[in-house]
Write a protein that binds this ligand. Structure first.
Ligand SMILES: C[S@@+](CC[C@H](N)C(=O)[O-])C[C@H]1O[C@@H](n2cnc3c(N)ncnc32)[C@H](O)[C@@H]1O
Length: 205
Protein backbone atom coordinates (compact mmCIF):
# COMPACT_ATOMS: atom_id res chain seq x y z
CA UNK A 1 0.00 0.00 0.00
CA UNK A 2 1.38 3.50 -0.82
CA UNK A 3 2.41 5.61 2.13
CA UNK A 4 -0.20 8.25 3.03
CA UNK A 5 0.72 11.83 2.10
CA UNK A 6 2.13 13.62 5.09
CA UNK A 7 3.22 17.22 4.62
CA UNK A 8 5.02 17.12 7.93
CA UNK A 9 7.69 14.61 6.94
CA UNK A 10 11.38 14.89 7.79
CA UNK A 11 12.27 16.81 4.58
CA UNK A 12 9.46 19.33 5.16
CA UNK A 13 10.53 19.87 8.77
CA UNK A 14 14.14 20.33 7.68
CA UNK A 15 13.06 22.86 5.02
CA UNK A 16 11.01 24.81 7.56
CA UNK A 17 13.89 24.80 10.07
CA UNK A 18 16.34 26.05 7.42
CA UNK A 19 14.01 28.77 6.13
CA UNK A 20 13.17 27.20 2.77
CA UNK A 21 9.69 27.48 1.28
CA UNK A 22 9.47 23.86 0.10
CA UNK A 23 11.05 20.48 0.70
CA UNK A 24 11.89 20.29 -3.00
CA UNK A 25 14.96 22.40 -2.25
CA UNK A 26 16.77 19.19 -1.24
CA UNK A 27 16.19 17.70 -4.67
CA UNK A 28 17.99 20.64 -6.28
CA UNK A 29 20.70 20.51 -3.63
CA UNK A 30 21.36 16.84 -4.39
CA UNK A 31 21.49 17.46 -8.16
CA UNK A 32 23.74 20.48 -7.69
CA UNK A 33 26.13 18.54 -5.44
CA UNK A 34 26.30 15.70 -7.95
CA UNK A 35 26.63 17.71 -11.18
CA UNK A 36 28.11 21.05 -10.03
CA UNK A 37 25.35 23.05 -11.70
CA UNK A 38 25.41 26.36 -9.84
CA UNK A 39 28.50 28.56 -9.82
CA UNK A 40 29.12 32.09 -8.59
CA UNK A 41 28.05 34.86 -10.95
CA UNK A 42 25.96 32.84 -13.42
CA UNK A 43 22.44 33.49 -14.76
CA UNK A 44 19.79 30.89 -13.93
CA UNK A 45 16.28 30.58 -15.38
CA UNK A 46 13.93 28.68 -13.03
CA UNK A 47 10.70 27.48 -14.72
CA UNK A 48 7.79 26.57 -12.46
CA UNK A 49 9.53 28.35 -9.60
CA UNK A 50 6.75 28.92 -7.02
CA UNK A 51 6.76 28.97 -4.06
CA UNK A 52 10.49 29.61 -4.49
CA UNK A 53 12.77 27.21 -2.60
CA UNK A 54 14.90 26.52 -5.69
CA UNK A 55 15.29 30.29 -6.16
CA UNK A 56 16.31 30.67 -2.49
CA UNK A 57 18.95 27.95 -2.86
CA UNK A 58 20.14 29.22 -6.25
CA UNK A 59 20.47 32.77 -4.93
CA UNK A 60 22.80 31.56 -2.17
CA UNK A 61 24.90 29.47 -4.55
CA UNK A 62 25.35 32.03 -7.35
CA UNK A 63 25.92 34.98 -5.00
CA UNK A 64 25.09 38.63 -5.48
CA UNK A 65 26.97 38.76 -8.79
CA UNK A 66 24.63 36.17 -10.32
CA UNK A 67 21.10 36.55 -11.64
CA UNK A 68 18.02 34.40 -10.94
CA UNK A 69 14.93 34.63 -13.11
CA UNK A 70 11.86 32.85 -11.74
CA UNK A 71 8.68 32.16 -13.74
CA UNK A 72 5.46 30.51 -12.60
CA UNK A 73 1.73 30.55 -13.32
CA UNK A 74 1.35 31.51 -9.66
CA UNK A 75 2.61 34.63 -7.98
CA UNK A 76 6.00 34.11 -6.33
CA UNK A 77 6.27 36.04 -3.06
CA UNK A 78 9.32 38.35 -2.95
CA UNK A 79 12.70 36.70 -2.24
CA UNK A 80 15.71 38.64 -0.95
CA UNK A 81 18.12 39.28 -3.80
CA UNK A 82 15.80 37.95 -6.53
CA UNK A 83 14.27 40.84 -8.49
CA UNK A 84 13.23 39.00 -11.61
CA UNK A 85 10.03 37.15 -10.75
CA UNK A 86 7.39 36.74 -13.45
CA UNK A 87 3.93 35.30 -13.71
CA UNK A 88 3.53 33.50 -17.04
CA UNK A 89 2.76 30.21 -18.75
CA UNK A 90 6.07 28.64 -19.76
CA UNK A 91 4.43 26.99 -22.79
CA UNK A 92 3.94 30.49 -24.25
CA UNK A 93 7.24 31.07 -26.06
CA UNK A 94 6.42 34.71 -26.88
CA UNK A 95 5.92 35.39 -23.17
CA UNK A 96 9.30 33.76 -22.40
CA UNK A 97 11.02 35.87 -25.08
CA UNK A 98 9.48 39.04 -23.63
CA UNK A 99 10.55 38.08 -20.11
CA UNK A 100 14.15 37.51 -21.16
CA UNK A 101 14.17 40.77 -23.08
CA UNK A 102 12.81 42.51 -19.98
CA UNK A 103 15.45 40.77 -17.86
CA UNK A 104 18.04 42.00 -20.36
CA UNK A 105 19.32 38.47 -21.09
CA UNK A 106 19.71 36.89 -24.50
CA UNK A 107 21.06 33.66 -23.02
CA UNK A 108 21.27 31.93 -19.63
CA UNK A 109 23.84 29.57 -18.08
CA UNK A 110 21.40 27.13 -16.49
CA UNK A 111 17.74 26.25 -17.08
CA UNK A 112 15.96 24.57 -14.14
CA UNK A 113 12.51 23.05 -14.24
CA UNK A 114 10.68 21.53 -11.32
CA UNK A 115 7.41 22.03 -13.23
CA UNK A 116 4.47 19.97 -12.14
CA UNK A 117 1.16 20.01 -14.04
CA UNK A 118 -2.12 20.43 -12.21
CA UNK A 119 -2.90 16.80 -11.57
CA UNK A 120 -6.17 15.31 -12.78
CA UNK A 121 -5.76 12.08 -10.81
CA UNK A 122 -5.75 10.15 -14.09
CA UNK A 123 -2.26 8.70 -14.28
CA UNK A 124 -1.81 8.75 -18.07
CA UNK A 125 -3.25 12.25 -18.45
CA UNK A 126 -0.96 13.66 -15.77
CA UNK A 127 2.03 11.95 -17.28
CA UNK A 128 1.22 13.31 -20.74
CA UNK A 129 0.86 16.84 -19.34
CA UNK A 130 4.27 16.45 -17.71
CA UNK A 131 5.78 15.45 -21.08
CA UNK A 132 4.14 18.48 -22.74
CA UNK A 133 5.66 20.79 -20.13
CA UNK A 134 9.02 19.07 -20.55
CA UNK A 135 8.90 19.60 -24.32
CA UNK A 136 8.31 23.31 -23.69
CA UNK A 137 11.32 23.39 -21.34
CA UNK A 138 13.51 21.72 -23.96
CA UNK A 139 12.39 24.30 -26.56
CA UNK A 140 13.34 27.10 -24.14
CA UNK A 141 16.72 25.49 -23.45
CA UNK A 142 17.36 25.06 -27.17
CA UNK A 143 16.72 28.77 -27.75
CA UNK A 144 18.26 30.39 -24.68
CA UNK A 145 20.78 28.07 -23.03
CA UNK A 146 24.45 28.93 -23.58
CA UNK A 147 26.95 26.41 -25.00
CA UNK A 148 27.98 24.00 -22.21
CA UNK A 149 24.96 25.14 -20.19
CA UNK A 150 23.05 22.73 -17.96
CA UNK A 151 19.35 21.99 -18.17
CA UNK A 152 17.55 20.12 -15.39
CA UNK A 153 13.96 19.00 -15.84
CA UNK A 154 11.54 17.01 -13.77
CA UNK A 155 9.35 14.49 -15.61
CA UNK A 156 6.73 12.02 -14.44
CA UNK A 157 7.52 8.54 -15.68
CA UNK A 158 4.81 6.70 -17.59
CA UNK A 159 3.77 5.40 -20.98
CA UNK A 160 5.24 8.28 -23.02
CA UNK A 161 8.45 8.66 -21.08
CA UNK A 162 10.66 6.23 -23.00
CA UNK A 163 9.95 7.86 -26.40
CA UNK A 164 10.52 11.32 -24.98
CA UNK A 165 13.82 10.32 -23.39
CA UNK A 166 15.03 8.44 -26.47
CA UNK A 167 14.48 11.56 -28.61
CA UNK A 168 16.36 13.75 -26.15
CA UNK A 169 19.19 11.26 -25.90
CA UNK A 170 19.70 11.45 -29.65
CA UNK A 171 20.03 15.23 -29.43
CA UNK A 172 21.86 16.20 -26.25
CA UNK A 173 25.54 15.80 -25.55
CA UNK A 174 25.46 14.74 -21.96
CA UNK A 175 22.27 13.35 -20.55
CA UNK A 176 21.49 11.45 -17.36
CA UNK A 177 18.51 10.30 -15.36
CA UNK A 178 18.61 10.98 -11.66
CA UNK A 179 16.27 10.12 -8.81
CA UNK A 180 16.32 12.53 -5.91
CA UNK A 181 16.33 11.18 -2.37
CA UNK A 182 13.83 13.84 -1.28
CA UNK A 183 11.26 12.63 -3.86
CA UNK A 184 8.42 10.86 -2.15
CA UNK A 185 8.67 7.07 -2.10
CA UNK A 186 5.54 6.67 -4.16
CA UNK A 187 6.49 9.39 -6.64
CA UNK A 188 7.04 8.61 -10.32
CA UNK A 189 9.10 11.75 -10.74
CA UNK A 190 12.59 11.65 -12.14
CA UNK A 191 15.04 14.38 -13.12
CA UNK A 192 16.73 14.60 -16.49
CA UNK A 193 20.05 16.42 -16.27
CA UNK A 194 21.59 17.34 -19.60
CA UNK A 195 24.27 19.62 -20.99
CA UNK A 196 24.38 21.54 -24.25
CA UNK A 197 27.27 20.95 -26.60
CA UNK A 198 30.25 23.26 -26.72
CA UNK A 199 29.21 24.51 -30.15
CA UNK A 200 25.93 25.66 -28.70
CA UNK A 201 23.41 23.35 -30.22
CA UNK A 202 21.76 20.40 -28.57
CA UNK A 203 22.31 18.17 -31.59
CA UNK A 204 25.75 16.57 -31.53
CA UNK A 205 25.61 13.97 -34.25
C1 LIG B 1 6.56 21.53 -7.59
S1 LIG B 1 6.18 23.21 -7.89
C2 LIG B 1 7.80 23.93 -7.99
C3 LIG B 1 8.48 24.06 -6.65
C4 LIG B 1 9.71 24.93 -6.71
N1 LIG B 1 10.80 24.26 -7.41
C5 LIG B 1 10.20 25.31 -5.33
O1 LIG B 1 11.23 24.78 -4.93
O2 LIG B 1 9.57 26.12 -4.66
C6 LIG B 1 5.69 23.19 -9.58
C7 LIG B 1 5.24 24.53 -10.11
O3 LIG B 1 5.02 24.42 -11.53
C8 LIG B 1 4.11 25.47 -11.86
N2 LIG B 1 3.58 25.31 -13.22
C9 LIG B 1 2.84 24.27 -13.71
N3 LIG B 1 2.54 24.48 -15.01
C10 LIG B 1 3.09 25.67 -15.36
C11 LIG B 1 3.15 26.42 -16.57
N4 LIG B 1 2.55 25.99 -17.70
N5 LIG B 1 3.82 27.59 -16.58
C12 LIG B 1 4.42 28.04 -15.45
N6 LIG B 1 4.42 27.37 -14.27
C13 LIG B 1 3.75 26.20 -14.22
C14 LIG B 1 3.05 25.35 -10.77
O4 LIG B 1 2.30 26.53 -10.68
C15 LIG B 1 3.91 25.05 -9.53
O5 LIG B 1 4.16 26.22 -8.78
Amino acid sequence: MPKPYTPNDAWSRKAAAEGYRARSVYKLQELDQKFGLLKKGITVLDLGAAPGSWLQYTRKKIGSGGTCIGIDLQKIAPIDGVDLLYRADITDMDAIRKILTHANRRTVDVVLSDLAPNTSGIKDVDQWKSIELSEAVVAIAEEFLKPNGWCVLKVLRGADFDDFYRTLKAQWKNIKLQHAKASRDRSREIYIVMRKSERGNAVTR
